[in-house]
Design a protein around this ligand. Structure first.
Ligand code: PLP
Length: 390
């Protein structure tokens, strides 16, 4: 088969490799606990499911407008306005197949071949390949566990060249859970605007930030600099709706039009009745989200208490999302020299599936998702410790 050169440069997903191995072991009858997943373990709220079922019966089963149903776009604008005073209109929003397609559309719409995108690391696995698919160049700006996985303006500036076009921010972060505070965010956004960069702010975990930390959105920067900022969000993480594929974006109306062109020639509209469920989610109040946040917070504290007692492991307190990203490299040995080998050993010897830090650009770390109940989390962490300290 002749596969395009563009595709040959893409690495296969490390997350999927872990999953494949876990499934293989499960098929052999082994008991496997997965802390590798990037999705809430809660069900989608009932009123959202009901709204979707009703939408099917009401005939919302046909093609719809490419950028989204008007009532959902209005609800998305209202979300950004209510939570973050964005002053957005419907024309500044668009509905996409998950936050993922919003990001894909953005890179396709913004990048010319060779344009560089600054990506603070550790980073979400899909960012570099998406940039490459748009013929851009991902430039990783690494931050370590000792720096709480946050980059500074000085580090970003050191990686900027005349080809730098976009800065991609993800706070709270997958995989580290790190969330920038207002002073840090303002410093970075102010620098990027002054240098003429375009900022993509992936805020998919905005509802999962744990007090006293507060989510700092770039919506207010978008209001002031609509041609240089956009915000990506969606319902997957906040409303436990990963399979619904509902993402959205806040951007300048011209950029929305450009992305609509891309979506119109690739996937068309997001599933029409899923969009009706999304309207119900955004209009139904956020009490369910508050409950999920409280549960995640308790699990985070539990995970931190256990991992915090592990010797020579550095684990900054994640202020958001549902991951911890401990630096375990001081326990690497000749037999286990890196995060991938460690995760294979954990899977085979302890029956625990994790994603190696290397997949996110930091081989010193492992990503542990705490989107599981507390008993499962405790027993899985105990099993990890047995392999790590044997
Ligand atoms: C940082 C980040 N951005 C975007 C996404 C995309 O989410 P979805 O496409 O499911 O809305 C994910 C999902 O794991 C993520 O972790």
């Amino acid at each position: 088969m002749n596969i395009s050169d563009r595709l040959k440069q893409l690495k296969p997903s490390a997350t999927l490799a872990v999953n494949a191995k876990a499934l293989e072991l499960k098929a052999q009858g082994k008991e496997i606990v997965s802390l590798a997943v990037g999705e809430p373990d809660f069900p989608t709220p009932e009123y959202v499911r009901e709204a979707c079922k009703k939408a099917i019966d009401d005939g919302f089963t046909r093609y719809a407008a490419v950028p989204g149903l008007p009532d959902l776009r209005e609800a998305v604008a209202a979300y950004f306005n209510t939570f973050y005073n964005a002053y957005a209109a419907m024309e500044n929003t668009m509905v996409t197949n998950g936050g993922k397609q919003a990001l894909y559309n953005l890179f396709q719409a913004l990048l010319n071949p060779g344009d560089e995108v600054l990506i603070p690391g550790p980073y979400w696995v899909s960012y570099p390949p998406m940039v490459q698919l748009a013929e851009g160049v991902p430039v990783v700006v690494p931050a370590t566990a000792d720096a709480a996985f946050k980059v500074t303006v000085e580090q970003l500036e050191a990686h900027r060249t005349e080809k730098t076009r976009v800065l991609l921010l993800n706070s709270p972060s997958n995989p580290t859970g790190a969330a920038y505070n207002k002073a840090q965010m303002d410093a970075i956004a102010g620098w990027a605007i002054e240098k003429g960069l375009f900022i993509i702010s992936d805020e998919i975990y905005d509802q999962l930030v744990y007090a006293p930390a507060e989510h700092v959105s770039l919506c207010s920067w978008w209001t002031r600099y609509p041609e240089q900022v956009c915000v990506v969000n969606g319902l997957a993480k906040s409303f436990a709706m990963t399979g619904w594929r509902i993402g959205y974006v806040l951007a300048h109306a011209d950029l929305i039009k450009a992305m609509t062109k891309i979506q119109g020639q690739s996937t068309s509209n997001v599933c029409t009745f899923a969009q009706k469920g999304a309207v119900a989610a955004l209009s139904g109040g956020f009490a369910v989200v508050d409950e999920m946040r409280a549960a995640f917070r308790a699990r985070r504290d539990l995970a931190l208490k256990i991992v915090g007692s592990w010797p020579e492991v550095v684990c900054p307190v994640p202020e958001g999302a549902f991951y911890i990203f401990p630096d375990v490299h001081r326990h690497y040995t000749k037999a286990i020299p890196d995060s991938a080998t460690l995760c294979t050993a954990l899977l085979e010897e302890a029956g625990v599936a994790l994603v190696p830090g290397a997949a996110f650009g930091d081989d010193n770390c492992i990503r542990i998702s705490y989107a599981v109940d507390e008993a499962t989390l405790t027993s899985a962490l105990d099993k990890i410790a047995k392999v790590l300290f044997k």
